[in-house]
Design a protein around this ligand. Structure first.
Ligand SMILES: Cc1cc2nc3c(=O)[nH]c(=O)nc-3n(C[C@H](O)[C@H](O)[C@H](O)COP(=O)(O)OP(=O)(O)OC[C@H]3O[C@@H](n4cnc5c(N)ncnc54)[C@H](O)[C@@H]3O)c2cc1C
Length: 503
């Protein structure tokens, strides 16, 4: 069957470069609307940052672990009258997260209102009233920043002018940490309620207070995981895309996007496969897209240079390990804070040093879903944010082993005695791997940093300003990183593409 045989009645064909969550969500929307869509993925498996490994009977999900706003995912099935639950089962995670400090203090964060009040009162009863006021602020930020604007493309400056009054009212120039501090006095609670910004690549000390919307998103929609791991959610999206007739080509990186005058005309892959399309969307890293894939064109060179001057989010270092034993006392998501908070964030986001201390995000999926490990064993990953490769030039082949040991030692000291003797399987993933495996510029794990000056109109646009049929989807375009972000962004990009293709 040739590409042309797969044409829709309108004869429109689209290509999506990259099978990350954003690329797959966009592809489903296009295919559901009758546009014959081909997704081309460089790696041997779809998912992008949500790649996965099987090792010695353990399933290790590489990236996203907390699924929030499941409604935005369900919509991808509802478009065609299908039921997401038939393809993947989502399991609720409770508490959402346990925060733990070196002095032994813990704080369980959930959407059980009474439980939250008890937890806040345990740390500081004086903060209960402040928390109520903070919830009001987070709800307003969610309404403006997510419900109203996340799925709207910001193609021209007038969009920005229109939202300015709302941003002013929300004092969007203030940082998440500053805004939380306006309502909450206890230092530990301030950390627990501002930490979420890190999960979209933002620095709580500088990211716009609008990102407190994550709190509201989690309270309303819950925190979920997919049975069998996030990789099963990726597989389910592929199933939905393929049942609608979409085509997924794996293990064949795109090496070039050809252009003709002001249009993207053709996609060329490493294997020599080339194909013309009516519309081309890139889910690949934005710098890679412009600098490498469009590097032979004036537009690619200009945009590539411009993007390289922007601020990029940090990277992360992740140790995946499978160990003997069950650990019912360790919740699904846990943050082990270190002795410093602000200083540590400065070291990672600004100073670009590898600090002696760290905050660890510990993921323990087998406490919810034992199928991810062999009988009697448990699966974990421990993640620490680290500066990206532009700020911190290290030989990760050497440093990786040392950092892995330091992280495991800390977990041994605080949670799992004899961890080194219990480990059955392990691997680690460093900034260099993000750069090599995913073409992520500087090894950043979240693309452009989510600052006010790099959001909305100031983020690379969902449709290119010059190449009329070239589009972006994923963490580098509006609204930004995180599953709800890239899924909402896919809706914005799909809206533009479908309108343009219908002309
Ligand atoms: C460790 C980690 C944990 C995270 N945890 C969470 C979480 O719990 N919850 C949450 O909501 N978010 C989380 N995030 C953020 C979230 O995972 C990402 O923002 C999101 O997955 C990014 O999706 P994307 O669509 O931008 O595509 P990506 O995942 O970046 O995928 C892009 C795809 O493009 C492909 N590609 C690149 N170049 C080419 C080429 N030349 N040709 C063809 N294909 C190419 C890549 O191989 C890749 O598959 C986490 C991120 C990390 C790194």
């Amino acid at each position: 069957m040739t590409g042309r045989d797969r044409d829709t009645p309108e004869g429109k064909r689209a290509c999506v470069i990259g099978a990350g969550f954003g690329g797959l969500a966009l592809a489903i929307r296009l295919q559901a609307a009758g546009v014959a869509t081909t997704v081309i993925e460089a790696r041997d498996k779809p998912g992008g940052l949500a790649y996965s490994w099987k090792k010695d009977g353990f399933t290790f999900d590489a990236g996203p672990t907390a699924i929030t706003d499941p409604a935005c995912l369900r919509e991808l099935w509802q478009l065609t009258g299908h039921d997401m639950a038939a393809d993947v089962e989502l399991l609720p995670v409770s508490p959402f997260c346990r925060f733990n400090w070196p002095d032994g203090t813990t704080f369980d964060y959930s959407n059980d209102e009474a439980q939250m009040r008890r937890e806040i009162a345990r740390l500081d009863p004086a903060d209960i009233a402040g928390y109520d006021a903070f919830l009001g602020y987070a709800a307003a930020a969610h309404r403006e920043g997510y419900v109203r604007l996340a799925s709207e493309p910001f193609l021209d400056f007038t969009n920005m002018v229109k939202v300015a009054p709302a941003l002013t009212k929300l004092q969007a120039w203030r940082s998440v940490h500053d805004m939380v501090g306006k309502f909450i006095g206890n230092d530990k609670l301030r950390q627990a309620l501002s930490f979420q910004t890190l999960l979209v690549g933002g620095n709580p000390l500088t990211a716009s207070a609008i990102y407190t919307l994550i709190h509201k998103l989690e309270l309303d929609g819950g925190v979920w995981c997919a049975r069998g791991g996030t990789n099963r959610l990726v597989a389910a999206m592929v199933r939905q895309f393929e049942r609608l007739g979409g085509e997924l080509r794996l293990h064949d990186p795109v090496v070039r996007i050809e252009t003709e005058r002001h249009r993207a005309s053709e996609v060329v892959t490493h294997s020599g496969w080339r194909e013309p399309f009516d519309a081309i969307a890139s889910n690949a890293d934005v710098v890679h897209t412009y600098h490498d894939l469009l590097g032979g064109t004036p537009r690619g060179r200009v945009m590539g240079r411009r993007l390289m001057k922007k601020r990029f989010s940090p990277s992360v270092f992740v140790v995946h390990f499978g160990i003997e034993g069950h650990w019912p006392g360790i919740p699904h998501h846990m943050i082990l804070f270190g002795p410093r908070y602000e200083g540590l964030l400065e070291d990672i986001h600004v100073n670009g040093v590898l600090p002696a201390d760290f905050a660890i995000y510990l993921h323990h999926p087998t406490v919810t879903d034992p199928s991810l490990a062999p009988d009697g064993m448990s699966t974990f990953y421990a993640l620490v944010p680290v500066a990206h490769m532009g700020k911190l030039a290290l030989d990760w082949n050497q440093v990786g082993q040392l950092l892995e040991k330091r992280i495991l030692d800390e977990i041994e000291r605080r949670l799992i005695p004899d961890i080194h003797d219990r480990i059955v399987a392990k691997l680690h993933y460093a900034p260099r791997d993000f750069a090599l495996d995913l073409n992520a510029y500087l090894g950043s794990a979240f693309s452009l940093e989510p600052t006010l000056g790099q959001s909305g109109y100031f983020r690379p646009h969902n449709r290119d300003d010059v190449l009329a049929n070239l589009y972006l989807v994923g963490a580098g375009t509006h609204p930004g990183a995180g599953l709800p972000g890239v899924i909402a962004g896919a809706k914005a990009t799909a809206g533009l593409m479908l309108r343009d293709l219908a002309r």
